[in-house]
Write a protein that binds this ligand. Structure first.
Ligand SMILES: NC(=O)c1ccc[n+]([C@@H]2O[C@H](COP(=O)([O-])OP(=O)(O)OC[C@H]3O[C@@H](n4cnc5c(N)ncnc54)[C@H](O)[C@@H]3O)[C@@H](O)[C@H]2O)c1
Length: 336
């Protein structure tokens, strides 16, 4: 298969990681250029990855042979960048969330549709081998009726303040991953209820945000679920899930870098990952490979713009539940 030529815009925590995956680890992809408003950063990343440096999306879009753009800029820029990229006839891989409001998200999805370009959203967990296996077993009925969903997503430490100010808050930034996983594994969610607290970092309270939250879910199928999130679980990064069915349950943990156990008198220990990049090296590569394969074979992307929209609607329902202190009923935007 011929390689697909991708550019990356936004070279912070996520964009730099995507760019180096494309440049060094994925034979079906070529890095056609990188862009960041920080010119020095763009030059540094471009030099390291032997590609062209740009300081705007506009300049990146003018690169000959460019077929698609990975958007990893701060969330408030996503919609205009999707629109600009789609208008240039290039496919889009956009980091989550697409936007922080529903109308803007719908506009971005419509722009990609109207231009006839692919749009894939960065819900990477769908590409992790453990979650993919869970999905496969649930879909083929191995669990029987799904009764209970439980997931935890905890970051080791609070991200930088500049990131927090544009992140959209805990539910839209963090819980949105779990809400996508819930929909993907169990089906549409019809009701959410949430509690939250800003107890780990006073800067988060100042932003009128929370750093810990618990969300309960009711699915259209009748199953129920619970999500817990932390921005400051000092022991490490945790992303674990259980799905309990009438015949079997599946449990996903795996937080180790290596699979050896350290034994000392009276105690044993194992190591533990510190962040999402350590936990998901395969998923972040696989999501881009899948995106490139959809471009090459002209097939539909997954997770799609509609999945991004559905997860955002749920995240906003969690926010409303927190603020209003009541259960929020949700109508899936896709009619699901
Ligand atoms: N899928 C995941 O697991 C995951 C993890 C972290 C972040 N994210 C998402 O990725 C996106 C970026 O997050 P991050 O943590 O990498 O942010 P970051 O703050 O580390 O990096 C953002 C970069 O974008 C650059 N930038 C800002 N405005 C720009 C513009 N107009 N044009 C070009 N570059 C611009 C900044 O200079 C910076 O280098 C966010 O939407 C976030 O929600 C996803």
């Amino acid at each position: 298969m011929r390689p697909v030529h991708l550019g990356v815009v936004g070279l912070g925590r996520m964009g730099r990681y995507h760019a180096s995956n494309i440049a060094g680890r994925l034979p079906g992809l070529r890095l056609a250029g990188v862009a960041d408003t920080d010119a020095q950063l763009a030059r540094e990343v471009a030099a390291e990855l032997e590609t062209g440096a740009h300081t705007s999306l506009e300049s990146l879009l003018a690169v000959p042979d460019l077929e698609a753009v990975v958007i990893a800029s701060p969330t408030p820029y996503h919609v205009s960048m999707i629109e600009e990229t789609a208008a240039a006839g290039k496919h889009v891989f956009c980091e989550k969330p697409i936007a922080l409001d529903v109308a803007a998200t719908q506009r971005a999805v419509a722009a990609a549709d109207a231009a006839g370009v692919k749009l894939q959203i960065g819900f990477h967990r769908r590409f992790d081998p453990d979650w993919a296996e869970a999905k496969r077993r649930i879909a083929q009925g191995d669990l029987g009726d799904v009764l209970l969903f439980r997931t935890s997503l905890r970051d080791k430490q609070v991200p930088p303040l500049e990131f927090l100010t544009t992140s959209g808050g805990l539910f839209q930034d963090v819980t949105v991953h779990d809400l996508d996983t819930a929909r993907w594994l169990v089906g549409e969610v019809t009701e959410v209820s949430s509690v939250g607290a800003a107890i780990a970092d006073p800067r988060i309270a100042d932003l009128d945000d929370v750093d810990h939250a618990i969300v309960t879910l009711r699915f259209a199928s009748g199953a129920i679920g619970v999500i817990d999130n932390s921005r400051a679980a000092g022991y490490g990064y945790e992303c674990s899930t259980e799905v309990v069915g009438s015949r079997a349950a599946i449990r996903i943990g795996n937080h180790r870098r290596a699979h050896c156990e350290w034994l000392t008198p009276g105690a044993s220990s194992v190591d533990w990952v510190v962040d999402f990049r350590e936990r998901y090296p395969h998923a972040y590569m696989a999501e881009l490979e899948a995106f490139a394969a959809c471009i090459s074979s002209d097939t539909a992307t997954e997770p799609s713009g509609a999945d991004g929209l559905a997860a955002l609607v749920l995240a906003q329902a969690c926010e409303e539940s927190l603020r209003m202190k009541h259960v929020v009923r949700v109508v899936a935007p896709n009619g699901g």
